[in-house]
Design a protein around this ligand. Structure first.
Ligand SMILES: [Zn+2]
Length: 272
């Protein structure tokens, strides 16, 4: 009898607790409903926007479909051990090279492993472990470093030298297709010409005079740069910048002179 009483007491207590919880969830539901109404939102979820997917790098991550690409990029870096601070400093520089006349070399994981396996240091390692193809060895090899610190930590001096050689070779192949740094110079003049065209048509004579000046300047540039191949990269770039600055300075001075003349003419006219 004692047992039955304590059982029914326990049951009552549990029923009471259940009622309390039900009341609590109902009051929460009512609060939420009021909030949604006040904001004018619908409580029904947009099933398309909230389509969830599982992250390929960590099955514990469930991410909305539309944010998956962004998450994957950051999650992969996190798995490779890059901190949030390091990730914040990373960016995709390809946008700078899209239209610029600069050779750029992309290094994917396979190319990267092929390159570092060519070093004499890594070649014997491949033989001793009985590995024959780069894909077999890929578990032992470092990932493509995503920042400078990682490149210094993960790669040996020989690795870095092999990558340097590879990049230089690729870049020189790319730039061999282009003429030389003079392209940059021609592009600037062409661009300025285009801008001038937009500001007003030129007489045939003016165009001829400009072409003559341009040829003379280019000739003098060539004469001055006969030994261009013996110059260091910095020296070449310094000269290109010098020439561009001089060119811009000259054009701006011409514009100023024109404006000055025009203002004098108009003030002169108003006096007469
Ligand atoms: Zn993830």
């Amino acid at each position: 009898k004692m047992c039955e009483t304590s059982f029914s007491l326990g049951l009552q207590e549990r029923m009471q607790r259940l009622q309390e919880l039900t009341d609590f969830t109902e009051s929460c539901q009512a609060d939420l409903k009021g909030l949604f109404e006040a904001l004018g939102w619908s409580q029904e979820l947009d099933s398309h926007a909230f389509q969830m997917e599982v992250c390929p790098y960590d099955p514990n991550h469930t991410v909305p479909q539309d944010r998956m690409e962004k998450h994957k990029a950051s999650c992969q870096l996190s798995k490779m051990g890059y901190s949030k601070e390091e990730q914040a400093e990373m960016f995709d520089p390809s946008v700078y090279y899209e239209k610029a006349n600069i050779p750029s070399v992309n290094m994917d994981k396979d190319t990267f492993h092929q390159v570092i396996l060519q070093t004499p240091e890594n070649a014997p390692h491949m033989k001793s472990t009985g590995l024959h193809t780069p894909s077999d060895a890929s578990t032992d090899l470092p990932d493509v470093p995503q920042n400078h610190k990682r490149a210094l930590c993960d790669l040996t001096v020989a690795d870095r030298l092999a990558i340097y050689d590879h990049v230089i070779q690729q870049a020189s192949q790319q730039s061999a297709k282009r003429e030389s740094n003079e392209d940059l110079y021609v592009d600037l003049v062409a661009k300025l010409k285009k801008d001038e065209e937009q500001s007003g048509p030129k007489s045939h004579l003016e165009v001829l005079a400009e072409m003559r000046d341009y040829r003379r300047r280019r000739q003098s540039y060539r004469v001055k740069n006969v030994h261009i191949t013996k110059k260091s990269y910095t020296e070449v770039i310094r000269e290109v910048i010098d020439i561009h600055s001089g060119e811009l300075g000259r054009i701006w001075q011409e514009v100023k002179d024109e404006e000055f003349k025009a203002s004098q003419r108009s003030s002169h006219r108003s006096h007469v």
